[in-house]
Design a protein around this ligand. Sequence first.
Ligand code: E4P
Length: 218
Amino acid sequence: MKFFIDTANLDQIKEAQALGVLDGVTTNPSLMAKEGIKGEKAVLNHYKAICEIVDGDVSAEVIATDFEGMVKEGEALAELHPQIVVKIPMIKDGIKALKHFSDKGIKTNCTLVFSAGQALLAAKAGATYVSPFIGRLDDISTDGLQLIEQIRLIYDNYAFETQILAASVRHTMHVVECASIGADVMTGPLSSITGLLKHPLTDNGLAQFLADHAKSNA
Ligand code: E4P
């Protein structure tokens, strides 16, 4: 399973990249706003800066909600850097835009997906990635992981090439469950990746090994 980090924070992206297990980055307008990135030029420069840090796909979201607007914005984003993936919302014009970019060989990520039917449509339109938001489904007492399972089954039934990008991942168990189900990619905060390191038996075991080594070498 590929690990993406869901942030526009350059320091966190650098930290994840340095770990050696990062495969890409996802951003969204809220994450860009959180970093104080305002204005078209600053936004484009920020995407370029992210692409220069990470060795993998970088999702950049369009703001337009009409077909022509999404195409115009998406083409400008795709021209920025070969690693850019155009992120398109799951709306009617978004489906048309996914098909347009798929026909042109431009990578896409269909975002704000909350049902298997939406994921089926995104795959039919040729999306490179589909992003079911599991954490937001959990937030409303629905099982986000069950949706990943359902999409996996549908995509396998028909050998769709669209990759399941489990999004809105909140913690390490989401990551482990997504890997068990067979999600192709997960995107979450840095803590959902670094948290995988932690186990008290590892810490205790290492402390014991080091203490024993120190004793026998004293
Ligand atoms: C996905 O691409 C989104 O940016 C993201 O995963 C949303 O996560 P959130 O629900 O934690 O905001």
